[in-house]
Write a protein that binds this ligand. Structure first.
Ligand code: B12
Length: 217
């Protein structure tokens, strides 16, 4: 790990927002890819989580590190292309599945998608499958995004995807899953269309879905 990479990690660990944003700007200028910077930010958050688990940091510190993560990612995004005439790039329905109340990761994803002009319906946390179905019927999203970190969350995601299929919404509307409960492998097992490790991949997936739709209109 070089000195600049270590500066990103250590600024996050110390919850020093100014130092973090400076280090990220320098990393961009030195040619680091967005994916590498996102990886470093995630590693920095893991350090904060370890301090939280050891009792040295409070929950508020973890939330602050989530906010720093969000700001750094927003600064990373390339100049937004012109917003389409509709004023929006597409609609994303998102929520944390039933039995899970962890929303820091989901909120980061929401923030990045909003920055990129997606219209978001955020159902919050602990959302039952039936609520995803009802909201999808009313809101008619282009993408449905499921978040979860608990061990039980992947089973809940599968329930949501089955309920969406029964209602004739999936696979017509693609489902992207993310959060610590899922992986590429789990994505296949539960019948989701896409897995993303972080917000930048999520944004690329949503943009691709919209590009495909616009080409077929
Ligand atoms: C913060 C935290 C809490 C906070 C939550 C605050 C909040 N508002 O979210 C509080 C203190 C309330 C809490 C409560 C509990 N927690 Co807790 N918590 C954590 C902790 C420390 C960090 C989670 C986090 O925010 N990570 C940071 C974010 C940024 O990461 P992320 O969620 O993975 O998100 C990233 C990606 O995954 C992705 N992503 C996220 N969502 C999505 C969605 C889509 C669509 C996509 C594409 C991508 C994506 O993008 C994000 C940014 O990169 C973890 C431990 C750990 N080290 O992970 C335990 C942990 C998740 N908690 C755990 C547990 C057990 C609980 C409790 C049951 C504890 C208890 N006994 O009371 C409760 C209740 C949980 C419930 N019913 O949901 C366990 C889960 C174990 C398991 N595998 O089942 C963990 C792993 C701790 C542990 N080691 O045991 N918790």
């Amino acid at each position: 790990m070089n000195e600049l990479e270590e500066r990103v990690l250590s600024a996050m660990e110390r919850l020093d927002d100014n130092a973090l944003q400076d280090a990220v700007r320098e990393a961009v200028a030195s040619g680091f890819t967005s994916a590498r910077i996102e990886e470093l930010l995630q590693q920095g958050m893991s350090r904060v989580q370890k301090l939280f688990e050891r009792g040295e940091y409070f929950l508020a510190d973890l939330i602050v590190s989530g906010m720093m993560f969000r700001t750094a990612l927003a600064n990373l995004l390339p100049e937004s292309e012109a917003v389409p005439e509709s004023g929006k790039r597409g609609r994303v329905l998102i929520g944390v599945v039933s039995g899970d109340i962890h929303d820091i990761g989901k909120d980061i994803v929401v923030q990045v998608l909003r920055t990129e002009h997606f219209d978001i319906l955020d159902l919050g946390v602990d959302v039952p499958a039936a609520d995803f179905v009802r909201s999808a019927q009313d809101y008619r999203p282009d993408v449905i995004a499921l978040s979860g970190v608990m061990g039980s969350s992947s089973v809940e995601m599968q329930k949501v995807i089955s309920a969406l299929a029964e209602a004739g919404i999936h696979p017509y509307t693609p489902v992207i899953v993310g959060g610590a409960c899922v992986s590429e492998l789990v994505m296949g097992q539960i019948g989701a269309d896409q897995y993303a490790r972080g917000p930048l991949d999520t944004m690329l997936f949503c943009k691709n879905v919209m590009d495909r739709k616009l080409r077929h209109e």
